[in-house]
Design a protein. Structure first.
Length: 157
């Protein structure tokens, strides 16, 4: 078994969809980013790559490369899963925490969880998605950013 930890944070800006785990959540702002800016999937990518000893998201999908502009992060997860599985490892489970003041995520957690489980090829019982606020503190608490923390466990195939 191998453990990986991922973290990502994005500023929130107007004119972008608010995408988490591949699910669009209604909100006036969305995460800024080169791809779709999905912080949950970006943190998942770093956790997967880290557990497999394959570097980080920036090494594989640099923001300087125009081919990744506005690409759905689910496409990036699929590419990373292919790399991870080529090492003889596969996801066993995932735990995550999304930190955002607004929008309220409770009504969307089940859909996000199901979407991430589908990407990973896991039963939803093996995927945890939690949401927290930053209690009004710093950029996240002021509604200017969203962050995600992910821990993933890989097992040998």
């Amino acid at each position: 078994m191998r453990v990986g930890i991922g973290y990502d944070i994005h500023r929130l800006v107007g004119g972008r969809p608010f995408v988490l785990g591949g699910v669009t959540v209604p909100h006036a702002q969305g995460p800024a980013g080169h791809s779709d800016g999905d912080p949950l999937l970006h943190a998942l990518i770093d956790a997967l790559l880290g557990a497999a000893g394959l570097g980080d998201i920036g090494a594989h999908f640099p923001p300087s490369d125009p081919q990744w502009r506005d690409v759905p992060s689910g496409v990036l997860v699929e590419r990373v899963l292919h790399m991870v599985r080529a090492t003889g490892l596969t996801p066993h489970n995932m735990d995550s925490t999304i930190v955002v003041e607004r929008p309220l995520l409770a009504p969307h957690i089940a859909g996000i969880r199901a979407a991430v489980a589908g990407l990973l090829g896991l039963d939803a019982a093996m995927v945890s998605v939690k949401a927290k606020t930053n209690e009004g503190l710093e950029a996240i608490g002021q509604g200017r950013a969203v962050a995600a923390h992910v821990v993933v466990l890989l097992a040998e195939v």
